[in-house]
Design a protein around this ligand. Structure first.
Ligand code: NIG
Ligand code: FE
Length: 389
């Protein structure tokens, strides 16, 4: 396979500690890759020859972002719900039923089309790996078709039949859990890598600790890895449950108790869950931002993801999330970039993405800027894009 030499890289963030602490920066850098893997990185002056050469004119290059939490296969629009929230309404997940109704009514083609439109939007902003959840069908057939559509877009697919209890099961929560861990899981597991649950006892139609445990344990028996929506609307049992059951990631963590942080820190030494922070949600629901510095200081691995969905946060932009993490969550630009790349890869238990060490997938994000710091320094400016060659 022919190799390409990228020269004129003003600043290359390899995320390789061998190149330096933080983001493993090489200045005045070059990189050689074929379409399978990164083959060489180092200073331009030491670069070997390759079959092709592309000059990046002093731009910075970082690994493609790993967006480890999204809900991009759905139908419908909730802009009015957002508008109401900005004038004082609270987010409680109730709008999920609105998207569910539109999703059930949509054709397979419309769902796949919406998903691929949003994936294109993500790629256009530097994201090269994305996780996609079901959770807006909430019947056996509708959840399965969401996952079939998601599986055409990414290998990182997540069964979220336990998003909320749908209206037709309002008076029979136990019956809905039986459906989720029985026929729905059977129909969905072939298309899913992960199982997730909205563990939020305070929200009427989300799931309490026992229900969440039932769903996660059934998913694990079906061979799926575990993820948890935890502590989004208030402190709850989701983080502890994720730690106990060996989840790859606990997501949101808007509200964390000291005990949650201690549990995450204790488990971190044995490869326990990554804490995936979703600052676009706090932005779009006017919620308090979690303190990333507190988690990092405790030794917890922190990931950043978009949570792109029609309700709590309709951004597809990882650069926007990085800017928020720096402005609002106490992260340095280097820490935020690490969390949006290596952190996301760890949340998906992937070794091949989120960095540009030799052998990594050649997923390059080029910045129309001289430094990765511009990701936070120039909020809202479209400087990041996926490098296709
Ligand atoms: O991650 N919390 C649950 N699920 C999504 C939001 C879903 C929606 O409002 O449509 C989330 O925030
Ligand atoms: Fe989510």
């Amino acid at each position: 396979m022919s190799a390409t030499l990228f020269t004129g890289i003003g600043e290359l963030a390899t995320m390789d500690p061998a190149h330096g602490p933080g983001v493993g920066l090489v200045e005045h850098a070059a990189l050689i890759a074929d379409h399978e893997a990164v083959l060489w990185t180092g200073p331009s002056s030491a670069a070997p020859e390759a079959d092709h050469r592309i000059d990046l004119g002093g731009r910075a290059v970082v690994p493609g972002f790993v967006d480890s939490h999204s809900h991009v296969v759905f139908a419908g629009d909730r802009a009015r719900e957002f508008e109401a929230r900005m004038s004082g309404e609270h987010y409680d997940g109730g709008g999920i039923a609105t998207t569910m109704a539109a999703t059930r009514a949509a054709t397979d083609h419309a769902l796949a089309d919406q998903g691929s439109r949003l994936i294109r939007e993500m790629r256009g902003q530097g994201t090269t790996t994305v996780e996609i959840k079901s959770g807006y069908g909430l019947t056996v057939e509708d959840e399965a078709r969401l996952l079939r559509a998601a599986a055409t877009l990414t290998p990182e697919t997540t069964f979220l039949g336990a998003h909320v209890v749908p209206p037709e099961y309002r008076d029979d929560r136990a019956g809905y859990i039986d459906l989720v861990v029985g026929p729905m899981l059977d129909a969905c597991a072939p298309y899913a890598r992960w199982v997730d649950v909205f563990c939020e006892p305070g929200a009427a139609s989300a799931f309490d600790e026992d229900e969440s445990r039932t769903v996660l344990e059934a998913g694990a028996r079906a061979g799926l890895g575990l993820r948890v929506h935890a502590g989004q609307l208030g402190p709850g049992p989701g983080v502890a449950l994720g730690v106990e059951l060996g989840a790859a990631s606990v997501d949101h963590c808007t509200y964390l108790t000291d005990a949650d942080v201690d549990l995450l820190a204790g488990a971190a030494r044995d490869g326990g869950p990554v804490a995936t922070l979703l600052p676009g949600v706090e932005f779009s629901t006017r919620s308090p931002y979690p303190d990333a510095r507190r988690l990092r200081a405790a030794g917890v691995t922190v990931a950043l993801a978009s949570d792109c969905n029609p309700g709590s946060c309709f951004t597809s932009s990882m650069p926007f999330c990085i800017a928020l993490a720096v402005r609002e969550m106490g992260m340095s630009p280097a820490e935020a970039l690490w969390s949006a790349t290596v952190g996301g890869a760890r949340a998906l238990r992937r070794e091949d993405v989120g960095h540009l060490r030799i052998g990594a997938r050649p997923d390059l994000c080029v910045l129309d800027a001289p430094s990765y710091r511009h990701l936070a320094y120039r909020p809202g400016v479209p400087i990041a894009s996926t490098l296709a060659w």
